[in-house]
Design a protein around this ligand. Structure first.
Ligand SMILES: [Zn+2]
Ligand SMILES: [Zn+2]
Length: 94
């Protein structure tokens, strides 16, 4: 159990640092990201502290931008980012 919580503390510290350096959500592009998304998803790529797979995203609190308010990480789930980005811009005019 203690090894588990040490890992958790290390992960939280690394996450906090990462989000301080990278506040822009990689899905909607707004600031205030408060969770780490994983690309490729963690189920596929199991190395939790591999920062190369980390992407800042909005979690359960959602995006702070009033016109957005997305819970990007939850909405994405394990879908590929390309599919989600396509769903995010339905009204794109060419
Ligand atoms: Zn977002
Ligand atoms: Zn947003």
């Amino acid at each position: 159990m203690s090894r588990h919580s040490e890992d958790g503390a290390r992960y939280r510290a690394a996450r906090q640092r990462f989000l301080a350096d990278n506040p822009l959500c990689w899905i909607c592009g707004h600031g205030g990201a408060d969770t780490i998304d994983h690309d490729p998803p963690r189920a596929v790529h199991r190395v939790k502290l591999d920062l190369a797979t980390w992407r800042p995203a909005h979690g359960v609190r959602g995006c702070p931008v009033a016109t957005c308010r997305r819970r990007c990480n939850q909405e994405r789930g394990t879908r590929p980012i390309e599919a989600l980005r396509a769903a995010f811009v339905p009204a794109m005019k060419w």
